[in-house]
Design a protein around this ligand. Structure first.
Ligand SMILES: [Fe+2]
Ligand SMILES: [Fe+2]
Length: 187
């Protein structure tokens, strides 16, 4: 399965805006993959498919999550922002026959992160947050950090994300908190 094939498949299910975001995540992730000597094939597949389910209807996202990721998603079932990651991983496995858990996990945890992430997971997570068109406070600092210290970049990103979530009284996924605690411990 080639990246060009997956790009074509993606362009048939996403709006132009979201498709172009995914392409920027792919380019950002490949750059980081080169810097950190990652598996570029795995990184590319995970990056291109990470938002595949982003435009599925709410009902479909809830159905996939409750049928296939019941335990992991039951506390977040009303949060489609979190569910699209699980649904994208599900489609990667079912439709595109991807069995590699490193690829599937990088898709599944690209929104929340989690503790003990692999290099592929870290790269897809942070590439999604820093692709060139992302704009939010401190993104430039996070972008610069990502080129020299992936863990520090993710730590700063998740700190800023948690601050934002608290400010707006949004739910914080426990995976994000566990990722932050893990990064504090290892850095
Ligand atoms: Fe996403
Ligand atoms: Fe994304």
């Amino acid at each position: 399965m080639t990246i060009d094939f997956l790009k074509r498949e993606l362009s048939s299910v996403l709006s132009k805006k979201r498709y172009e975001h995914s392409i920027r995540v792919l380019d950002t992730a490949l750059n980081l993959g080169t810097i950190y000597d990652g598996d570029l094939n795995k990184i590319a597949i995970a990056a291109i498919l990470h938002d595949y389910a982003k435009e599925l209807k709410r009902d479909e996202l809830i159905k996939i999550a409750s049928e296939h990721f019941k335990l992991e998603t039951q506390d977040y079932i009303s949060n489609v922002e979190i569910l699209h990651s699980y649904a994208s991983a599900y489609i990667a496995k079912e439709r595109f026959k991807i069995e590699d858990t490193e690829i599937l996990d990088a898709i599944k945890y690209h929104t929340t992160g989690r503790k003990n992430m692999t290099l592929t997971e870290k790269i897809v997570y942070i590439a999604d947050a820093i692709e060139p068109k992302r704009e939010y406070p401190h993104v430039e600092k996070i972008r610069d950090l990502a080129l020299v210290d992936l863990n520090e970049a993710i730590l700063l990103e998740v700190n800023k994300k948690i601050e934002y979530l608290i400010k707006h009284e949004f739910i914080i996924h426990t995976n994000s908190i566990e990722m932050r605690n893990w990064l504090l411990k290892i850095s």
